[in-house]
Design a protein around this ligand. Structure first.
Ligand code: NAD
Length: 296
């Protein structure tokens, strides 16, 4: 039986790993947080003890980690997945950008590792329910033979191309649209509230009108209208994604002025709310600029 490993058991990684377990796969897991490992061991996973042990013992290793720097270190570093031996397949489910995907493929292909970038979209709820979209770049033959059936267990995979980073590029495009949707929804809502409209009623109308988007449909009803700002995606990670996109777009000679505005909103959200802020707290920044009391 193919031995699967999972590194990074956070808000997204834990439910994705749990879905592989539910389908009957044996799973070796690791995370720097002992609590995160214990939660998966309670679901039937085995603790690997380290990233290096995971790489040594597994045929296929999945990663779901916060930033490109962390993924690089966790895979290629002296204590990383490839420190003691190479898996046959490495599949990075993190949003870590096309450049890192290219770097990992260049470093690992000579050692016979089939490298895939496979970032996901759909939030924690989608990860739990296995409805996330998964945007995949990597070698097509290995994908069809070995990876596709596993990704089907954790979401809906879309193969984007063999060039390393194809999945990451698609993900950055999606994140631009998602983040701009939050920014523009915050702006429209702040204006309406200032003019005396009821926020819940506005969202009801928008969701039946042409203004509907992922923020009016999910983020406002779940986290902004109830003022909980707990959608489950950190503003810091959203800022990381936006910067990855802006860097890539600049290198490609593609101006993205809407992306720059969202970058500014996210920076202000972190300044106002601290490093643990959820990205839905962008609404507070926009409300404050409009002269509303965001802590009402
Ligand atoms: P998270 O911070 O909840 O989880 C990251 C996990 O990685 C944590 O458990 C942390 O302890 C662990 N970790 C950090 N460094 C490590 C290391 N060196 N070795 C082992 N484990 C380590 O983050 P998340 O929200 O689950 O996001 C993970 C990835 O998925 C990110 O790239 C993010 O951009 C992306 N993503 C998140 C969402 C979302 O809604 N949360 C949606 C789509 C994509």
């Amino acid at each position: 039986m193919t031995q699967i490993g999972f590194l990074g058991l956070g808000r997204m990684g834990a439910p994705m790993a749990a879905n592989l377990l539910k389908a009957g796969h044996r799973l070796l897991v690791h995370d720097v947080s002992a609590d995160a490992v214990a939660a998966l061991v309670a679901h039937g996973a085995e603790a690997a003890g380290s990233a290096a042990a995971l790489g040594e013992r597994c045929d296929i290793v999945f990663t779901s980690l916060p930033t490109p720097a962390i993924v690089r270190e966790a895979v290629l570093g002296p204590e990383g997945v490839c420190a003691r031996g190479y898996p046959q397949i490495l599949c990075d489910l993190s949003t870590s950008g096309p450049q890192l995907a290219q770097e990992l493929a260049a470093a690992l292909a000579p050692h016979g590792v089939a490298c895939f970038d496979a970032p996901v979209s759909g939030g924690i709820k989608g990860a739990v329910e296995a409805t996330i979209s998964i945007m995949v770049g990597g070698p097509a033959a290995e994908y069809e033979a070995r990876l596709h059936p596993l990704l089907d267990l954790i979401g809906k995979p879309f193969f984007m191309g063999e060039a390393p980073g194809s999945g990451q590029t698609m993900k950055l495009v999606n994140n631009l649209l998602g983040a701009v949707a939050i920014g523009v929804t915050a702006e429209g809502m702040a204006f309406g509230i200032k003019q005396g409209l009821d926020p819940a009623r506005m969202i009801e109308v928008l969701n039946q009108s042409t203004g509907i988007n992922s923020a009016t449909r999910d983020k406002w009803p779940r986290s902004v209208l109830p003022r909980t700002f707990d959608f489950g995606f950190a503003a810091a990670l959203s800022l990381k994604d936006t910067r990855l996109l802006l860097d890539e777009a600049e290198a490609a000679g593609v101006p993205l002025p809407l992306g720059r505005i969202v970058e500014g909103y996210l920076e202000k959200t972190l300044q106002r709310e601290g490093p643990a802020a959820d990205f839905t707290a962008i609404a507070k920044v926009v409300e404050e600029a409009a002269g509303l009391d965001p802590d009402r």
